[in-house]
Ligand binder design. Structure first.
Ligand SMILES: *[C@@H]1O[C@H](CO)[C@@H](O)[C@H](O)[C@H]1NC(C)=O
Ligand SMILES: *[C@@H]1O[C@H](CO)[C@@H](O)[C@H](O)[C@H]1NC(C)=O
Ligand SMILES: *[C@@H]1O[C@H](CO)[C@@H](O)[C@H](O)[C@H]1NC(C)=O
Ligand SMILES: *[C@@H]1O[C@H](CO)[C@@H](O)[C@H](O)[C@H]1NC(C)=O
Ligand SMILES: *[C@@H]1O[C@H](CO)[C@@H](O)[C@H](O)[C@H]1NC(C)=O
Ligand SMILES: *[C@@H]1O[C@H](CO)[C@@H](O)[C@H](O)[C@H]1NC(C)=O
Ligand SMILES: *[C@@H]1O[C@H](CO)[C@@H](O)[C@H](O)[C@H]1NC(C)=O
Ligand SMILES: *[C@@H]1O[C@H](CO)[C@@H](O)[C@H](O)[C@H]1NC(C)=O
Ligand SMILES: *[C@@H]1O[C@H](CO)[C@@H](O)[C@H](O)[C@H]1NC(C)=O
Ligand SMILES: *[C@@H]1O[C@H](CO)[C@@H](O)[C@H](O)[C@H]1NC(C)=O
Ligand SMILES: *[C@@H]1O[C@H](CO)[C@@H](O)[C@H](O)[C@H]1NC(C)=O
Length: 507
């Protein structure tokens, strides 16, 4: 996928290659509000501090109930590679399986950057890199397509998180076993990236830093939000310009481009040439006409004499973006961007052309390109999510119960019946926990499933009486007991309710 990125922009994954040593992550929210998970690091292993970023990484064990740890194949491990790449968590088990991380302690309604990292490194000895999907909550995020065992691939999304936790799910689509190397979460101030809102997220396509030729990816602590700014190697038609002076952000800056990134830029060698770049649309089955947002970061780096003017037009596919010419401010960041995503093209060409009044060519310090991700998927009713989570927790249910219980429909939890009304969130109407090794008393949380119509608890080892609250579920007409080998169906001739009168010792 990345390889289809703009012709002269380094695709993100290529930019990362060979720089493994710079990349690392860390645990449950730290003092910066960051989460850095080293996926596949054994639960027993102590966390560690990354030598480059000083960020603390922890095992992912407390964040997911599934998967097996593997080490990357030794021939792929190099001394400069960051430690978090050494091991992966892998999710065998076949097509249609969804495995989810739950990132907790978040603030509902706030904006977060989430980054998932993959380096196959032939960890499974099959020498066959997989293709699988990533979901964020109930929404499709992207397709992970790893074409090379020796190349790290990184996907990033910026999204408003609706609850106090968010789930990142790996979905087996029948083209290999999903795995993951590392997972990052970074909180963002809500004013940042105003195009990311409750109904749309931003999926990173490219984040490029211009005028820096040393191959260094700038991130935390240069960028307090720990975005990865990928250096673009010099081209013959570019002149690199830079300053040692700090480049300031304006008040309430919408993007907070860091000074270290803004301190370098390119201008055309031929001062009458435009700066041009382009990228191709990447439609997918889940997002056939993706919209794109492009953010251009500018700052003047040279003190200009009064007679000099640097002013240019920004055009997208031949259309003027700004009605007038744009002049970057000396040592202040400014961004030119589209707040409404662009749709409907196979290719996007951006051009920076000097205006007739300009005495200097255009300049470009940094840019970001995102595709827009609809986050309008409706989740299961909150009360049912809480109730079923409590049930799963109490009985330590060992099923592949991950992600949203009922959504997407084809990933509804095994043993769950769901009702999908048009006008209201899906609810749990059936629960089959037959032969699930349950023991202890009957959880009052079953009563939290207000729409429950059938409940099969046969072939378990439950004790105690039936809580009053359960008998108050007016629509619950079925319940099986420990001895029953068959489901007692309401359509069958049986004494309705007789087996679950309150305070009756039935187990
Ligand atoms: C991975 O490598 C580490 C250190 O080399 C070793 O201690 C561990 O047992 C290995 N784990 C697996 C699952 O092979
Ligand atoms: C994955 O990438 C390869 C090579 O870039 C491409 O040929 C293949 O069609 C891609 N697969 C999917 C499912 O996108
Ligand atoms: C999010 O932004 C899009 C595009 O500007 C807009 O259409 C949508 O209404 C916004 N959603 C919310 C909840 O503000
Ligand atoms: C500079 O660019 C202009 C316009 O693109 C072109 O006409 C001119 O020949 C170029 N000059 C050189 C020296 O390449
Ligand atoms: C973008 O530019 C290329 C050549 O540079 C051209 O072939 C293509 O038609 C342009 N695309 C659009 C959508 O303008
Ligand atoms: C900007 O430059 C491009 C490429 O040379 C050209 O196609 C376009 O017409 C120019 N636009 C303006 C407004 O000058
Ligand atoms: C160029 O300068 C003239 C004279 O100062 C002014 O009228 C015109 O609006 C300027 N053009 C642009 C694009 O700023
Ligand atoms: C519950 O699942 C068991 C097998 O796990 C099956 O035998 C039983 O019929 C199911 N009950 C219902 C009501 O579908
Ligand atoms: C059920 O629980 C009883 C008492 O704790 C225990 O003796 C028995 O082995 C359990 N049976 C199963 C199948 O777990
Ligand atoms: C089940 O047992 C727990 C403690 O083991 C107790 O706190 C709870 O009240 C009991 N629930 C019911 C419905 O009896
Ligand atoms: C229970 O009854 C419904 C119809 O009321 C039927 O569709 C379903 O197959 C029955 N379940 C079992 C396990 O017989």
């Amino acid at each position: 996928r990345r390889a289809m990125a703009a012709r002269w922009l380094w695709p993100l994954l290529l930019g990362i290659a060979g720089l493994g040593g710079v990349l690392q992550v860390h645990g449950q929210v730290d003092n910066l509000g960051f989460i850095n998970l080293d996926c596949g690091l054994p639960e027993s292993a102590a966390g560690y501090v990354d030598s480059v970023t000083k960020l603390r990484f922890t095992s992912d064990a407390g964040f997911i109930d599934a998967g097996t740890n593997y080490n990357m194949s030794s021939e792929y491990i190099t001394p400069t590679m960051g430690r978090s790449w050494h091991n992966v968590r892998s999710f065998g088990g076949g097509a249609g399986t969804r495995s989810c991380y739950t990132l907790r302690s978040l603030v509902a309604g706030l904006k977060y950057l989430i980054r998932a990292k993959f380096w196959y490194g032939n960890y499974d000895g099959l020498d066959r890199a997989p293709v699988f999907d990533l979901h964020i909550g109930v929404n499709y995020w992207t397709t992970v397509n790893i074409s090379n065992a020796n190349t790290p691939v990184i996907y990033e999304v910026i999204a408003v998180v609706p609850g106090e936790s968010v789930q990142v799910c790996l979905v087996n689509t029948g083209s290999g076993t999903p795995f993951i190397s590392a997972l990052d979460l970074r909180p963002l101030k809500n004013g940042l990236y105003p195009m990311a809102n409750a109904t749309q997220g931003l999926v990173l396509h490219t984040r490029a830093n211009f005028g820096r030729d040393d191959g260094v990816i700038l991130r935390y602590p240069d960028d307090p939000h720990d975005r990865f700014w990928i250096p673009q190697s010099k081209r013959a038609e570019w002149l690199e310009v830079s300053t040692a002076k700090k480049v300031q952000n304006i008040d309430d800056d919408s993007f907070d481009a860091p000074s270290a990134v803004m301190q370098t830029a390119i201008t055309p060698v031929n001062s009458s040439s435009p700066v041009v770049f382009s990228w191709d649309a990447e439609p997918s089955a889940s997002n056939p006409d993706p919209g794109y947002v492009c953010i251009l970061h500018f700052s003047e780096l040279q003190p200009l004499p009064v007679s000099a003017v640097r002013q240019f037009y920004v055009t997208l596919n031949g259309q003027l973006w700004l009605g007038k010419g744009f002049t970057p401010q000396y040592l202040y960041t400014n961004a030119v961007f589209n707040s409404i995503p662009n749709h409907g093209y196979h290719q996007y060409n951006v051009s920076l052309n000097a205006t007739g009044n300009s005495t200097l060519p255009p300049i470009l310090n940094a840019l970001e390109i995102f595709s827009v991700l609809p986050t309008t998927g409706i989740t299961t009713a909150t009360q049912d999510v809480s109730a079923i989570a409590a049930i799963r927790g109490k009985y330590q249910v060992k099923k592949n119960w991950m992600g949203d219980p009922c959504v997407p429909k084809n990933f509804a939890w095994k043993g769950l019946g769901c009702s999908y009304a048009v006008s209201s969130p899906p609810t749990v109407t059936g629960l089959n926990l037959s032969s699930s090794g349950l023991s202890g008393n009957l959880s009052s949380s079953f009563a939290g499933l207000k729409g429950l119509q059938y409940l099969d608890l046969s072939r378990n080892n439950l004790t105690g009486s039936i809580p009053d609250t359960l008998s108050q579920l007016s629509s619950l007409t079925l319940l099986s007991d420990r001895q029953s080998t068959q489901w007692i169906n309401s359509s069958w001739p049986c004494e309705k309710n007789s087996r679950w009168l309150p305070n009756t010792q039935i187990w």
